[in-house]
Design a protein. Sequence first.
Length: 579
Amino acid sequence: MSALPIQPSITAARRGRGRKTFPTVAGGRYRRPLAYAAVTVLLASAMTACSARTRRTPDNTLVMLWDGVIGDLDPRFALGSRNIKLSRLLAPGLTTIEHPSLMPQPMLASELTQIDELTWEVRLRDDVLFSDGSPVRARDVVYTYESVRDPAVGSLHRKSFRDRFAKVEAIDEGRIRFRLQKPLATFLSDLDYGIVSLDAARRTDDGAPPSEPSETASNKTRAGGPDSAGSSIHRFAGGGVVGAGAYRIVSASSERLVLERNPHYFGPPPPMPRIEVRTVRDANARALMLVGGSADLAQNALRLDLVDAVASRARIRVSSSPSAILTYLMMQGEDPILSDVRVRQAIAYAIDRERIVAAKLGGRAVLASGLLPPSHWAYNPDVVRYDHDPARARALLDAAGYRRPAASGSDKPAEPRFRLVYKTNSDPFRIAIARIIASQLMDVGIEVEVRSFEFSTVFADIKEGNYQLASMQTAAITEPDYYYAYYHSSRIPSEENRDLTNRWRYRNPRIDTLSELGRTVADRERRLDIYREVQEILAREVPVVPLWHEDNVVVANVDVDDYEVLPNAGLGGLLRVLK
């Protein structure tokens, strides 16, 4: 048996960097776009209108700006990486990856012991209370996991839980036994899932005693004993959540969330008594609120080509950190043109990623060679790289049979080798990058039409396979098991399930074998060998073009101190921030 003890947390941060070059393509030259100039004028006006105070927010409240809807914060129903990260402030898991190494460390657990390859036992800390003052017990853990597994509850995490966990049961009040479906190398990372209170979830709005689960429900979730939860109990009253996090909810809506310090929190009390998260959809308005002192902090909520303009203001401080998020160009692998690996390689060689990063992202990104960032423990630096090489791109296209037709006259340009459609969302910044990539592909004879839509439309088309080129970003890549999710042939979207994540429809039996093996082998060195080969194959076959890992960028008032920028863009820094 092996046990994982509590480890000290690690903290690190890196300040921002960048160059003030903001391009659009026009006549083969780069120039500053009108959007940048307009925002610069607005920021200057805001500075003139502001008083001498450095901020206008309450001393006891940190105001954070959000650029999207605030959703359900119950971990079982939270959708999207940002809402999940918010939910961890309220309901942390048995482990956490909220630190720079992204390696799992105990959180609500005090010890995690592997009994055999299919069995783990977890001991809870004895000093943990929920935000209502009640103790965290084994039955709360069982309830959380079994309610996710119950189809009647409707959690979108159900399938992954059922694939991983055969049974979750309480040994006693302080210990839980996890029985796995098969050996699981990602088990410790998977325990970074928010634990919620059984009793609080069972209360009614009028404060009546907890209702008893139905007989059917009890049979479905018997793993934790008769009081471990009924599947008839789904949601907290009023849409709240009771967890053991550093904060608890005061009020919540889709546009505004107010949190207050949890007096029962087992860790060091966070310095800020209150956190207020405000949704502000307009990018210019977010910049003006920060410059004017009406907000304290925004993380990854400003366009990177505008960060330098905001950073030049006296009341603003910018900090950044390398991220574990990949921006990539996807290619529909079943398309008659893009199914040829030489065409995909040519596209990769044709894109001048370094120039785009320097010009459009202000230097705030690291060029990518694959899914994993260079800081990841499983990263393989020795793979094929696609530095900008237009001549090599043209040679590959010629070899693939797509020779460029000669011009029909001296005053007419040569015909393109072929034409592609590039779909992107309607964000002006992403449209600008798509047009730069299209221009660079035209230089090697590929004509690209950029079409922009609302994100929901683009995403629906991608899931249907109705695209040729498109660009997106991954979630934070904390585990190399993401290679299974993104590249295993069983993960290709189907009529039955359009939400599967191999959206480029890539098939390779060797990748299937390796990605299956990588999720079952616990030994770190063996996993390294497995994922080295995975990265080498994918770099050669280029099912997607890995573009860059954009930095996590925090723009804050100068009064804000000690906010830690994490690789996964987690919000753990709010537990230490002060002003």
